[in-house]
Design a protein around this ligand. Structure first.
Ligand code: CTP
Length: 143
C-alpha cells in the first residue's frame, strides 16, 4: 500500500443512520492519511437519495447528516453531491478516492477512469461485517 500520510481522501455515501460500519470506514481512512491529512465525506443530497436507491427514504435530512458526520474527529468535512461522477469531484483538491467493494457500477467505473487519468488513486476498503443501514432498519422495525 502506498504511503498516503498527509494526503486528502474523499469517499461517497448517504450515511443516514450512522453505524459502526461507517465509523470504521472513517477510522480506516483517517489511518491512511494520518492526522495531517484530510478526510472529506461526499454526502448525497436528499433529493437524489430515492432516485438512486429506489424505496430508500432517509431518516435524517442533509443538514442533520452533515452535522452528525462533522462531529466525528475522524472527518474534516462533509460536502454535498447529487450524483456520483466527475462533476462532483472535478473542482475538489484531493489525492485518493476511497470506495467500498460494492461501488462497482458504471458511474464509479467512469470516475475510476477519470481518477487514473488525473493522478488520483482509488483505494477499496473492505466493509465491516454484519452491519448495514438496511439491516438496522429491519431490526428496529421488529423490536
Ligand atoms: N460501509 C462499510 N461497512 C458496512 C456498511 C457500510 O464499510 N458494514 C461503507 C460502504 O462500503 C460505503 C459507506 O460505508 O463505502 C457508505 O455505505 P452506505 O451505503 O451508506 O451504508 P450501508 O449501511 O451499506 O447502507 P445500506 O444498507 O442502505 O446499503
Amino acid at each position: 500500500m502506498n504511503d498516503y500520510t498527509g494526503k486528502t481522501a474523499i469517499t461517497f455515501g448517504v450515511f443516514d443512520l450512522l453505524h459502526f460500519g461507517h465509523f470504521e470506514l472513517f477510522r480506516r481512512i483517517r489511518e491512511l492519511v494520518g492526522e495531517n491529512g484530510k478526510v472529506y465525506v461526499m454526502l448525497q443530497i436528499d433529493e437524489m437519495i430515492e432516485k438512486y436507491k429506489p424505496g430508500c427514504k432517509s431518516v435524517y435530512d442533509f443538514a442533520t447528516r452533515q452535522k452528525m458526520i462533522e462531529t466525528l474527529r475522524t472527518v474534516d468535512k462533509a460536502i454535498p453531491y447529487d450524483v456520483v461522477g466527475i462533476d462532483a469531484v472535478k473542482d475538489l483538491d484531493f489525492n485518493i478516492l476511497v470506495v467500498g467493494p460494492e461501488h462497482t457500477n458504471e458511474r464509479f467505473q467512469r470516475l475510476f477512469k477519470w481518477c487514473s487519468e488525473n493522478g488520483k488513486d482509488v483505494v477499496t476498503l473492505p466493509r465491516t461485517e454484519g452491519i448495514s443501514t438496511t439491516k438496522l432498519k429491519a431490526i428496529i422495525k421488529d423490536l
